[in-house]
Write a protein that binds this ligand. Structure first.
Ligand code: ADP
Length: 722
């Protein structure tokens, strides 16, 4: 492959670039003045001699002709010089050709006119012709055809005269002259192509020189910026050293094995060791290990393998004097060219004070809240008792006051509960009890439970479409709290007579629940803060609509604790949709949760044992109790998929009323009513059809019993063969 300079050289040598014409033109006109000067001097010399031997008029005529032709060529050269920039080379070459032909012809004329005569003059003329023909070479040979024209104009008349002269010698001489002409033209041709090659070389060289100059400039610029960068790096290094020296936090540098290489004065102050005592020791055993060095060593190995920045909170970093510090470490690995960790920069922040004050604050808040909650609960209870009328009728105006007191006590209680929740979450004391939860049923229940609240704002809560029948692993009570918060927010911010739409859909391995309203939307500036503590878009919200600004903060943390995400988006057509996503419980996991529990509440022991036997054989886990009281205890403790409930119980008059009373404990439990005889059936109102799914009578077959229970809650265990 050619390098660029070679390429341009080759191009120049073989096929001259178009500007070679201009160079040729320049060359011809540059030599025109000295050339015509020499021709003029030579004509004067010759005419001085000829005046003595030839007719004066003829000599003077020729001299005038020669001066005219030379003058024309010189004038052309001057004109070209003036207009060179805009001159069209081809045109000026043609003009030069005309001038050359004229000049040549003036000499040809001299040769033809002055040759006949004495022998001396004939030799002179022949010499003059040869000289003038050769003299044209340096002048015109850059354009060979131009030279050919010139030489022809010189030689042709002379040759004609030679032949006309008639002697044998002159005829031989005349035959040789064209050969001389051809040789001269060939030389001109050769010179022209040498000129073209030289031009190619020259322009390639010029380009090379230009490129070189450019490279030099670029190199100089790069050198300048390198120097500048070097100065900046030096200044930056000084600044960094200063930062680390003066920083109030501990800064250490270690190698990949954790050997301390450098540290700043703050680290000496914080840990009480002099640098000379710490350098060369291992940071894990000395500062990061806390109470479990072996585990931290494993953590360090994983951290080095990952090569990514990490933070680590160590509760017990022992100072030299034995005092324990809580320290938050930020570890930043620096990688070498192969991507391997070469050194690690550790920033250590003393959190002892912060931890202590957080503990005090947390203890204070929770003590205060507990101290407030206990009396407040009894105030609320008393107010509710008063309003219930048990203590006698309350006059209307007093009832209104009691109602206000009750409402505000409730608000205060909600607030205290929320403060306690957030405190628990943030101090890490909130523990969830995850269990498989039938999400669609939870949503239906949430809608029913919150409709009363939504009614206050004349808002209807609706389920949009049929939610997918999926289970999630969640803390049922806390998930209900999240849904309730989203529903009550949506209801509060909806316009009167509006509706709140709840939709659920599957998204790969997740289920997404959306709560959409047609409210005012979330102001742009508030969006980033909405999940923060005590965040409210308008402080007037709490007065007008109620609320503390804690609901979403709690919801976010709860959803995250259940491995989910929560967010919101603008709703098409106006309003907001708040949503959360939770992982769907895989069938295998759901089954691993153990067999489905069934509760039988039946006084007739024989009938109950028969039912229990059939269901246990099918894989259900069955509990049997004879009355409502025991049922309540078990329902409080366990979650039952299905409850087989006799409509006649010794301690509960009405089975339907009992179901109403146990609404909260029942969650998604399906109920199958048991009747002694077919005629025992009580009518089931429409509103309870969701819960009460079927009937069984005592003499029903095993198949019928299993069909009814499986229809209600599915098989006890996956049927591998099915
Ligand atoms: P609050 O108890 O005040 O409702 P949240 O944390 O639940 O507390 O909500 C915080 C704030 O977010 C609300 O005060 C309100 O400004 C805004 N917000 C929440 N939900 C909605 C909604 N659906 N539409 C408009 N604004 C909302």
């Amino acid at each position: 492959m050619l390098d660029p300079s070679e390429k341009s050289f080759a191009a120049g040598a073989q096929a001259p670039v178009p500007d070679v014409e201009r160079e040729r033109c320049d060359f011809i006109y540059r030599r025109a003045l000295p050339g015509t000067g020499a021709a003029l001097a030579f004509s004067l010399l010759l005419s001085a001699y000829l005046l003595r031997v030839r007719p004066a008029e003829l000599v003077l005529l020729w001299l005038a002709l020669a001066i005219g032709c030379a003058g024309y060529f010189a004038a052309l050269a001057l004109a070209y010089r003036r207009s060179r920039e805009s001159a069209e080379p081809q045109l000026w070459i043609r003009r030069a050709a005309f001038a050359a032909a004229m000049l040549g012809a003036s000499w040809g004329f001299a040769a033809a006119v002055f040759f006949p005569g004495a022998q001396d003059e004939q030799v002179l003329i022949a010499f003059v012709v040869a000289l003038v023909t050769a003299g044209g070479l340096p002048l015109f040979s850059t354009v060979w055809w131009l030279y050919a024209l010139y030489a022809a104009a010189v030689i042709l008349p002379f040759n004609v005269v030679l032949f006309a002269h008639g002697t044998a010698f002159f005829r031989v001489f005349g035959a040789v002259v064209p050969l001389f002409y051809l040789a001269a033209v060939a030389a001109a041709h050769e010179l022209a192509s040498v000129f073209a090659s030289a031009y190619g070389v020259r322009s390639a060289y010029r380009r090379l020189a230009d490129d070189n100059a450019e490279v030099q400039t670029q190199l100089a610029e790069q050198l300048d910026s390198l120097l500048e960068a070097h100065r900046e790096v030096q200044a930056y290094g000084r600044k960094l050293a200063l930062f680390s020296e003066r920083a109030p936090i501990a800064v250490l540098e270690t190698d990949a094995r954790g050997t301390i290489l450098e540290m700043n004065p703050a680290a000496e102050n914080l840990f009480g060791w002099a640098a000379s005592e710490m350098l060369g020791r291992n940071v894990v055993t000395m500062l990061l290990g806390g109470d479990d060095v072996a585990r931290t060593e494993q953590w360090w190995r994983d951290f080095i393998a990952a090569g990514k920045p990490e933070t680590l909170v160590v509760d017990e970093v022992l100072r030299r004097d034995g005092l324990a510090l809580a320290c938050e470490w930020t570890l930043t690995p620096l990688l070498d060219e192969d991507g391997k960790v070469s050194t690690i920069v550790l920033h250590g922040r003393d959190m002892t004070q912060q931890r202590a004050s957080e503990r005090v604050r947390s203890e204070f808040t929770s003590t205060l809240s507990h101290e407030l909650r206990t009396p407040l609960t009894s105030i609320l209870g008393s107010l509710q008792l008063l309003r219930s009328g048990v203590m006698g009728d309350v006059p209307k105006d007093q009832d209104e006051l009691v109602e206000i007191a009750e409402k505000n006590s409730k608000r205060l209680l909600d607030l205290i509960n929320e403060v306690l929740d957030i405190e628990k979450i943030e101090s890490g004391r909130m523990s969830l009890t995850p269990e498989p939860v039938q999400l669609d049923e939870l949503l239906r229940e949430a809608l029913t439970l919150n409709q009363g609240f939504a009614d206050r704002f004349s808002v209807k809560l609706r389920l949009e479409g049929e939610p997918p029948r999926v289970m999630v692993r969640a803390d049922r009570k806390r998930l209900m709290q999240v849904v309730t918060n989203l529903l009550s927010n949506a209801a509060k911010f909806s316009p009167p007579n509006g509706s709140v739409d709840v939709m659920a859909s599957r998204r790969e391995g997740n289920v997404r629940v959306g709560v959409g309203d047609r409210g005012p939307g979330i102001p742009e500036a508030f969006r980033s803060r909405i999940f923060g503590r005590f965040a409210q878009a308008h402080s007037a919200d709490s007065r007008i609509k109620g609320g503390s600004g804690l609901g979403l903060a709690i919801s976010k943390r709860l959803v995250e604790m259940m491995q989910g995400v929560i967010g919101f988006e603008e709703r098409q057509g106006g309003g907001t949709t708040f949503f959360f996503e939770l992982p769907v419980l895989a069938a295998a996991e759901r089954d691993a949760a153990g067999p489905v529990r069934v509760l039988i509440t039946e006084q007739d022991t024989v009938a109950a044992e028969y039912l229990a036997m059939v269901l246990e054989k099918a894989g259900y886990r069955v509990d049997h109790v004879p009355n409502a009281q025991d049922s309540k205890v078990l329902l409080e403790r366990w979650h039952y998929g299905c409850w087989l409930l006799n409509t006649r119980l010794p301690d509960a008059g009405d089975a339907l009323a009992l179901l109403d009373e146990l609404q909260a404990q029942l969650r998604d439990t399906r109920v199958v009513l048991l009747a002694s005889l077919g005629t025992d059936r009580v009518p089931v109102p429409e509103s309870k059809r969701q819960r009460i799914v079927d009937w069984l009578v005592k003499n029903d077959s095993r198949e019928r019993i299993l069909d009814v229970v499986e229809d209600a809650i599915g098989p006890a265990l996956p049927r591998a063969a099915a």
